[in-house]
Design a protein around this ligand. Structure first.
Ligand code: SAH
Length: 349
């Protein structure tokens, strides 16, 4: 099966011509795909053409296997299913400025962060660009009938985006194709655990994407306790790559910091973090650790979050705490997928 969702308008037109159809059919199909429509709904195509295409190509890479809506804040968690039966998660959040969707870039993850549920069974496979786009298209189908569609995208679901670099870059380009889904890259954030050479590559792409870095520690010794990637690159190297990203793109970098009891959440760590970020065009996003059943790390009290925040503010570092959304619906990365896998009898989802 040829996956049409991953193609640019030009590629799709080329492919459709190679099948013996006129080029304008390619443009029509591209527009339908980006509106989330499957072959059956492509009403301006002849019936026999639709049937032929159905037999050899996919126009929808992803479907929603199940969803859970939070009673607290309207956040929706999706379990997406791909054509080969693999599942990944996504989270839809409603903000004043629009609708934000957190998408996955890999099935599982091989980075091994100790606090994260997505990585417990390693990486199963990379997602294609078409599947990443498919996650957004499926969410838009879910929103059908509402005025708003997904306007913001964060690559913070399962997987390490920079470990699936080429497909992620292709996906980002698809977002701004003419007559396509048209999501501004200014509304896209990409989160990495800090794969330094790839951070430089991303800067060279000169895309106005917000780079988020999962720092989670003010020094390498603490970072190595929870993040295996810290054995490979130091915080100093990561911060240098961030400065380069800021220079190349003119955009500030966001550091994510999951506060973990007894690991990284004390006053001394806050002071040290403020020290290493001094003078940088950045923002710190504090995440109270979401406790994962299989992991033995503890979250922190409200008071610890407040104290940590105060120290950063005293040093004039821009800081917010991440709103805890969808707390009642297995909000943390990878938790819903794991729950469905473990509840099923055959171990698949
Ligand atoms: N691989 C990328 C993106 C996926 S994780 C990265 O590492 O940035 C998205 C964010 O959620 C990361 O900052 C990650 O460190 C954080 N995260 C994962 N599990 C968490 C948990 N149990 N509690 C709080 N944050 C978590």
């Amino acid at each position: 099966m040829v996956e049409l969702t991953g193609m640019t308008r030009e590629e799709l037109t080329g492919w459709i011509r190679a099948q013996g159809y006129p080029a304008f059919r390619g443009k029509q199909i591209f527009e339908w795909i980006h509106r989330g429509t499957d072959f059956d709904g492509m009403t301006n195509l002849p019936q026999d053409m639709r049937e032929k295409l159905k037999a050899c190509a996919t126009a929808q890479s992803v479907s929603i296997r199940l969803h859970r809506k939070s009673a607290l804040d309207g956040t929706v968690k999706f379990l997406y299913e791909m054509k080969d039966g693999n599942c990944v998660e996504g989270v839809l959040m409603r903000y004043k400025y629009g609708i934000s969707l957190c998408i996955s870039t890999q099935v599982g993850c091989r980075m091994g962060c100790r606090f994260c549920a997505s990585t417990l069974d390693g990486r199963v496979r990379d997602l294609t660009a078409g599947e990443m786009l498919g996650e957004i298209l499926a969410a838009n189908r879910y929103l059908e009938g509402e005025e708003q569609k997904v306007s913001h995208v964060v690559l913070m679901g399962s997987g390490e985006p920079l470990d699936n670099y080429d497909q992620v870059i292709r996906f980002l380009h698809l977002l701004r194709e003419e007559e396509g889904i048209r999501i501004s890259l200014r509304n896209v954030s990409l989160s990495t655990c800090g794969i330094v050479p790839r951070m430089y590559d991303l800067a060279r792409e000169k895309l106005p994407v917000t780079l988020c870095v999962s720092l989670h520690a003010p020094n390498d010794e603490i970072r190595r306790k929870t993040m295996p990637i810290a054995e490979k690159w130091t915080i100093r190297e990561i911060l240098e790559a961030c400065r380069n990203y800021i220079r190349e793109t003119g955009r500030r970098v966001i550091f994510e910091y999951a506060l973990t009891e007894g690991v990284n959440a004390g006053k001394a760590e806050a002071e040290e973090l403020a020290g290493i970020l001094r003078g940088m065009q950045c923002h710190v996003n504090l995440i109270p650790l979401n406790e994962v059943r299989e992991r033995h790390l503890k979250g922190v009290s409200e008071e610890t979050v407040r104290n940590f925040m105060r120290v950063l503010e005293e040093h004039r570092i821009s800081v917010t705490r991440r709103r805890e959304m969808g707390d009642d619906i297995e909000g943390a990365c990878g938790q819903l997928r794991r729950k469905v896998i473990s509840d099923s009898t055959d171990g698949t989802c």
